[in-house]
Design a protein around this ligand. Structure first.
Ligand SMILES: [Zn+2]
Ligand SMILES: [Zn+2]
Length: 313
């Protein structure tokens, strides 16, 4: 599991940063990619990164400002050439279906794959299966804007193979039954309970990816205990008043949300063009005074999300 930052600019593209798009790479977990936002030019960024549109399963749109959604028609059309027949599902706020279908219809674009578009009208669960659960909540921004919380199911603990060896039980199909927690009777009559030979379950990971927002309780709620929080930091700390008035956060505001939520790691993105060159360092330094485990994403940044019983890289 890793987050791939395709675009990290706020509002408009610059020569250093394209507008917002983030891919949650779940190749190892389910052979799929999930995209969060799709600003204009995202399909160009895909060409430069280890991202295959044929693996794209879901696109989650936070809100319909152009810097988060203008890339959809082009990307959807291009995907027709790369993934015919492979379904895709878009989730987003009200209006996202009209935007997608209007753009495709008036341009005479026909997709070669089934496309579902779900407009989210209420906070709560968006999707769940045996592996992942995705929830959303409304943030504070001039347009209806969503934040998403992705929770991975806990994994089974590993089998204590050494302890089984010590009892003279050789590796084999038996081990997979014990790993499921089953009780097994050996040829010599001994009964072995799988549950006695399992390490504790491996906690699933939590990733929170927020759309544009002023600091708010919903953001904290979505990020509570997250292994990774991706948060906008459009402005530096000194601009807090105007940032909040326009539904945005500062470096310190984002870090304070991470602190209140107890998020393990914070990654800042959606950086205003005014912090070009080395200007972004100011935002990162400010945020780290509040929440030390903070990074600032650039286009092409890849952040691994390690399991909690592994050291954070
Ligand atoms: Zn934006
Ligand atoms: Zn916006």
């Amino acid at each position: 599991m890793r987050a791939v930052f395709l675009g990290t600019s706020a509002g408009l593209p610059t020569t250093e940063r394209n507008v917002t798009s983030i891919v949650l790479d779940l190749t190892a977990e389910r052979g799929k990619l999930w995209m969060f936002d799709c600003g204009e030019g995202t399909q160009h960024q895909v060409l430069r990164m280890p991202v295959k549109l044929s693996r794209l399963e879901f696109i989650f749109i936070t809100h319909l400002h152009g810097d988060h959604a203008f890339g959809l028609p082009g990307l959807l059309s291009t995907r027709s050439f790369q993934a015919p027949g492979v379904p895709l599902h878009i989730f987003g706020p009200p209006g996202v279906a009209r935007w997608v279908h209007t753009a495709l219809e008036v341009s005479g674009s026909h997709l070669s794959y089934p496309l579902d578009v779900t407009e989210i009208t209420e906070a709560g669960e968006v999707f769940s299966d045996a592996q992942f659960r995705i929830e959303c909540a409304w943030l504070v921004h001039p347009l209806p804007c969503l934040g998403y919380r992705i929770t991975e199911a806990d994994g089974p603990g590993s089998l204590k193979a050494d302890a089984l060896h010590a009892l003279g039980i050789p590796p084999g199909p038996l081990y997979s039954r014990l790993k499921q927690g089953e009780s097994v009777t050996l040829p010599d009559g001994r009964v072995i309970h799988g549950a006695d030979f399992l390490e504790p379950p491996r906690p699933g990971r939590i990733v929170t990816i927020l759309g544009d927002t002023a600091p708010c309780n919903e953001a904290v709620h979505l990020a509570t205990g997250a292994d990774l929080l991706v948060h906008e930091a459009t402005f530096a700390a000194a601009e807090a008043e105007s940032a909040h008035a326009f539904g945005h956060s500062t470096s310190v505001g984002a870090a304070d949300t991470a602190r209140r939520a107890g998020a393990r790691r914070l990654v800042l993105t959606h950086i205003s063009a005014r912090y070009s060159g080395d200007g972004w360092r100011q935002l990162l330094d400010e945020a780290r005074t509040v929440w030390p485990d903070t990074e600032l994403a650039h286009d092409g940044t890849i952040i691994e999300v390690p399991r909690r019983n592994a050291p954070i890289s």
